[in-house]
Design a protein around this ligand. Structure first.
Ligand code: HEC
Length: 104
């Protein structure tokens, strides 16, 4: 019984070692931030629910929604959207909103 436990312990330790030696360190993954508006939008707004269509709201509605969702990200400890991506997302939503004159 004792021996079996020791073996499991060793295998577990080896698996952990294998995981930590592959790929970028966790900190690098946490810092991943898409730099294209649509990717940023799907990445930051598509995690809890399907990212809604930009054209489902008028431009003036998006700022309040985006800041409420930012609060939800903070409250649930997913982490806030970085300032650059937040601007990008709001810009994207407003330029493609239901009342956008010149959708990109
Ligand atoms: C932490 C999870 C989470 C993330 C991330 C998130 N949402 Fe939401 N979203 C919710 C929840 C919960 C609701 C329903 C309650 C509410 O409306 O606040 C919701 C509702 C909505 C609604 C419908 C409500 C309304 O007032 O029209 C829209 C639109 C929306 N989210 C857009 C977004 C956008 C845009 C982003 C990215 C900036 C985003 N969500 C990111 C959790 C999230």
């Amino acid at each position: 019984m004792m021996q079996a436990r020791a073996v499991v312990g060793i295998v577990g330790a080896l698996m952990l070692a294998a995981c930590t030696s592959e790929g970028p360190p966790p900190s690098a993954q946490e810092n991943y931030a898409p730099h294209e508006p649509q990717k940023a939008y799907l990445y930051y707004c598509g995690g809890c629910h399907a990212a809604p269509q930009s054209g489902s709201r008028v431009a003036s509605e998006w700022p309040a929604i985006v800041s409420r969702m930012q609060q939800r990200r903070i409250a649930t400890r997913i982490g806030p959207i970085p300032p650059e991506q937040l601007r990008m997302i709001l810009d994207y939503l407003q330029h493609n909103a239901a009342d956008a004159r010149d959708p990109a």
